[in-house]
Design a protein around this ligand. Structure first.
Ligand SMILES: [Mg+2]
Length: 173
């Protein structure tokens, strides 16, 4: 069962994810989380670096959809200036929002990568829905209340997987 929590890849930040690397894998679309993946959970707007990253993807014909469990206002205010499709109140790890995003992008599952900072929502949801998953290091340590509980469970899963030798990405550091 723990295998569903294992990302296919682990990166330090979203900026390590480039169009070149994605194209090598045949990836044409990204489904990304918002809070602590693109910006810190308490940062309202996209940073210049994030704006640039979205532009880079657009110029490279890689579609991006933001899917977030956060509420409408937060996700809308962030996503609209980026001109990117978004899903709020996504209820990750349920597959619904992931599948809808894939359908709207008109891409096959093996052409999409799911990116996020949480095992229990982003990685589990992406894996269960049948996508390639990438875990990023959360931008900040602090979090909203529900996330704190998730983080506790997550740490326990990570420790267990580490003991079993299932966590291999730390060797890259
Ligand atoms: Mg997040």
């Amino acid at each position: 069962m723990f295998k569903k929590f294992l990302p296919n890849e682990h990166v330090k930040s979203i900026f390590e994810i480039t169009p070149e690397k994605l194209k090598e894998k045949g990836i044409k679309g990204i489904i990304t989380d918002l809070d602590n993946t693109l910006v810190a959970w308490d940062v309202r707007d996209a940073t210049p670096e994030i704006i640039q990253w979205f532009k880079l993807m657009e110029d490279s014909d890689i579609k991006v959809t933001i899917i977030s469990n956060n509420k409408e206002e937060r996700v809308k205010i962030f996503s609209q200036p980026l001109n990117t499709p978004f899903v709020y109140s996504a209820r990750k790890p349920l597959a619904l929002a992931f599948n809808k995003a894939a359908k709207d992008m008109k891409l096959a599952k093996n052409e999409i990568v799911v990116i996020g900072d949480q095992l229990l929502t982003d990685v589990l949801g992406g894996n269960r829905a049948g996508f390639y998953t990438m875990l990023v290091v959360p931008i900040v340590e602090t979090d909203g209340k529900i996330t704190q509980v998730n983080r506790y469970v997550e740490r326990r899963i990570l420790n267990w997987m580490r003991k079993k030798g299932m966590v291999t990405w730390e060797e890259q550091k």
